[in-house]
Design a protein around this ligand. Sequence first.
Ligand code: CTP
Length: 208
Amino acid sequence: MKILITAGPTREHLDPIRFISNRSTGKMGFAVAQAAAERGHTVTLIAGPVSLATPPGVTRVDVTSACEMLEAVQRALPKQDALVMSAAVADWRPIQKTATKLKKRDMEPVIHLVPNPDILKTILPEKENRLFVGFAAETGDPTAEAQRKLTAKGLDMIVANDVTAEGAGFAVDTNRVTFFTVNGQPQVLPLQSKLDVGRAIIAWLEGQ
Ligand code: CTP
């Protein structure tokens, strides 16, 4: 299969120095990319700003902002059989990014934001028979939000986790996730390495 994977956070700059972002490190998405390459799939990895090495055999495209990630996904999608959106896309961006550093004396203590595009919703009309997998990182039981996002974003499967659970979430090498699909029962996976979670996602894609 040809598999497109997004990973990491996006950064939404106010000026060349300051930005809004989130705690994603990219570990989960890079693990999915490694697992897919291990199985011989053709992997394109669109990465936000992270400090991780590219897994062997993976083609990597680096982006910074949500708008750049959307463009990179739109460019790569036509050739793909499946998309795994593990990136933690920032929902908002500052209304403008200045070319030079903002000076404190010229700034108001308010940041004006505009919504970023929802990448999955934007590309849904181009889905055709491709498989789309999303992620839902929630605080607390993710079931209701996972099911809502599965439908709202037109996904075939969503990988949900409670980032506050022991061994799950940001900057750790393990994760505890549940797979939600449109028709089947939720599949609760044990606490395991992010690489093994990645392998389970790839096995699920191969089984479709
Ligand atoms: N996603 C996306 N584009 C965005 C935000 C999220 O494609 N602008 C994708 C993520 O990559 C993930 C899924 O949508 O696969 C769910 O992301 P999440 O941030 O949980 O969803 P939101 O719709 O932003 O919901 P909320 O922030 O209200 O929980």
